[in-house]
Design a protein around this ligand. Sequence first.
Ligand code: HEC
Ligand code: HEC
Length: 216
Amino acid sequence: MRLIFRTLLTAAALAAALPALADGTDDGKKVYMTKSCMACHGMKGAKPVMTYPALAGQNEKYLLNQLKDIKAGKRVGTIDETTGHPFVQGMTDIMHLVDENDLKNVAKYLAEQKPGAPKALDPAPAPEEIAAGEAAYNSLGCKSCHGKDGMKPSTKTYPFLAGQNRAYLIRAMTEIRDKTRVNGQSKLMFGTIKKASDAEIAAMASWLSQIDRSAE
Ligand code: HEC
Ligand code: HEC
């Protein structure tokens, strides 16, 4: 009797442990650590190098859609003058190392990571620049899709913007406005972003990049 009870207990413990093993987070971490993602996007996706995007705490569906588009070569962008190749090239080059399942797992892992604290800007932007960024964001109507302060995307396939790398934000907005980046749901944004000047884009990026999502 005792033995049967113990066997049942063991089975129950195993069953409880299984979903944790099968949910992809551990597998996603392994992909992130072994397929060179960390070299460019930093520890846990929260400390990107140079002008590369932060990924920690981004919407899972948005991440997965971008990963699929990058793997399929659908997401293109401007040329990085320091390398002479598109910014996304280094990443595209390693995408043969990952399959569809890896992409699902790594998107899940990254969405569960805590967003990093904002990276201080050097030189620090003037208070007027930050205020102009917030004003442009609110008057252009970005809030309807990305939420108040870029903190609450209205749909799971839309990205968070708060705390994102400033240089990356400028590039992403400019590329979508100029229709260089047209993959996925980019076209939903065309009508709004076309009204933004270069100065407004820079100001919005300064403001958004300094909003802290790490304490959530
Ligand atoms: C050589 C550097 C490099 C490597 C390695 C790399 N990435 Fe990237 N990644 C980038 C750059 C640069 C961009 C932005 C491209 C652009 O500006 O269009 C990017 C974009 C992304 C995006 C879209 C982010 C957004 O906000 O739209 C995701 C998701 C992503 N990378 C995940 C990964 C994962 C997962 C791996 C590993 C399998 C990886 N990256 C490996 C450089 C890299
Ligand atoms: C109608 C909805 C909508 C509106 C309004 C909108 N966006 Fe977007 N935005 C999106 C969607 C959807 C994406 C992702 C596109 C994709 O699937 O690749 C996006 C992507 C972005 C990105 C790229 C994020 C990344 O990680 O690469 C930035 C930056 C951005 N939006 C800023 C803005 C700003 C600033 C405004 C206001 C001027 C704005 N958006 C207005 C829907 C919208």
